[in-house]
Design a protein around this ligand. Structure first.
Ligand SMILES: [Zn+2]
Length: 213
């Protein structure tokens, strides 16, 4: 399996390489190294170019894209209804970019199109790093906070809990990210349980031979 990963930072990419392998249950080859954008909305803006590049210039079979939700709405089961599109949901928006970009591309490199695997870290990827270690950090806790207007934690607090600072150096960020996600080796059920929407969507895409765009 040849995959590409589009993420917000080298630390995110390091963590995603580990997590994607755990979901797939086997190692994979990275078809295009270091595809990066600096946060939202830059990921959405570069995605069409990245997809065309992968389609025509590489043998990537699938592109993994993960972004932080920040304060945007969380993608839920309701968004999965056929034809539904939430204009502010980042998963719905990224899926729409996949659809629009790939719709009219001719087959290339022996495949019809680059497959999709889109995930959403709610509210930031540090929440995934704390999964199983800090039980107060879950998607439902965050979504309850969105409804009530009282967030259970801030993104800055999550960084403090993971790194002991909100401004970690890149090497330390990578080290901590990999340390924490490695706890899920061989079993990502806790992540799928505590983050059923954003991590769940990534896992479901990765397991589908051909997620409907
Ligand atoms: Zn959505």
């Amino acid at each position: 399996m040849k995959l590409a990963i589009l993420s917000e930072s080298p630390a995110d990419e390091a963590a995603l390489r580990v997590l994607v392998e755990y979901v797939l249950g086997s190692p994979f080859d990275l078809a295009a190294p270091a595809l990066r954008a600096r946060g939202w909305p830059s990921v959405e803006q570069v995605l069409p170019f990245v997809l065309r590049h992968l389609h025509f210039q590489t043998d990537a079979e699938r592109l993994v894209v993960v972004v932080d939700s920040d304060d945007s709405p969380v993608h839920t089961g309701e968004h999965e209804a056929p034809g539904y599109h939430h204009p502010l949901c980042r998963i719905c928006r990224l899926r729409a970019v996949f659809r629009r970009t790939l719709k009219n591309l001719p087959p290339a490199g022996g495949r019809r199109r680059v497959l999709r695997a889109v995930g959403l870290a709610v509210p930031a990827i540090e929440a995934w790093y704390l999964c199983g270690r800090d039980t107060s950090v879950t998607e439902s806790a965050w979504m309850d906070g969105q409804r009530s207007g009282r967030p259970p934690y801030t993104r800055r607090e999550l960084k403090w809990r993971v790194y002991g600072t909100d401004r970690p150096s890149l090497p330390f960020e990578i080290e901590r990210a990999v340390q924490e996600v490695t706890r899920h080796r061989g079993d990502v059920r806790r992540l799928e349980n505590d983050f059923p929407n954003g991590f769940g969507a990534l896992g479901r895409d990765l397991r589908l031979a051909d997620p409907a765009h």
